[in-house]
Design a protein around this ligand. Sequence first.
Ligand code: ADP
Ligand code: MG
Length: 238
Amino acid sequence: MTRVEIRDLRKEFGSLVAVDDVSLTVKSGELLCLLGPSGCGKSTTLRMLSGLETPTSGTIELGEEDVTNQPPYQRDSSMVFQSWALFPYKTVLENVAFGLKMKGADKQERREKARETLELMQIEEFADSVPTDLSGGQQQRVALARSLALNPKLLLLDEPLSNLDKRLKEQMQIELKNIHDRFDKTMVHVTHDQNEAFTLADRIGIMNEGRLVQVGPPREVYNNPANRFVEEFLGETN
Ligand code: ADP
Ligand code: MG
């Protein structure tokens, strides 16, 4: 587990300010949801946390370490994507073992760790299947297993459930909460779905037009919206 300290984080794409001086502390072991409408800068923020995007300015600390300019593979974090990004021609086991290769584990170690994680996620029966033979929910479990196998201090999730139907989504929300409890991870979960954020989050950070406009526990945010935007955004049903 580890704390994340984000200070004045900014990302410009040409004249567009995608992330506008965001400062935020994610507490150790916390599940924080970044919530906001499409285009408000959630993914860009998460990509900077993972190292996939370089900030224009600002700093990111993971634990005691300044990781602002570290490439993704050097950071003790792992990202789960909306599209899952599984290798279609590799088996489930190979998919989960793959990330461990980047971390320098030998073949034996990789297979053992991958199997262990598949068991924890209760998908060991699919070890030798290819992802396309699995349902959406099962594929998402594989993507989660691939990240968890790395045992990252920080787990980053970018709308991981948005490709799932409603029933499966609710099931996976429970699953994610279980993962959070069982694995004791610091997690930043990005979503535009307020139900999801309110179900999962220890704290919610609401973004609008690149800015972080409110951070707090779900109940507090719901009862005391910081401004008109938050009030109206939470008033919308989705
Ligand atoms: P969200 O995840 O909240 O939907 P994003 O972080 O993806 O928002 O995008 C924030 C803004 O930055 C959007 O206006 C988007 O079009 C823009 N943007 C994101 N990535 C790039 C990029 N690589 N190049 C140019 N503009 C980008
Ligand atoms: Mg996004």
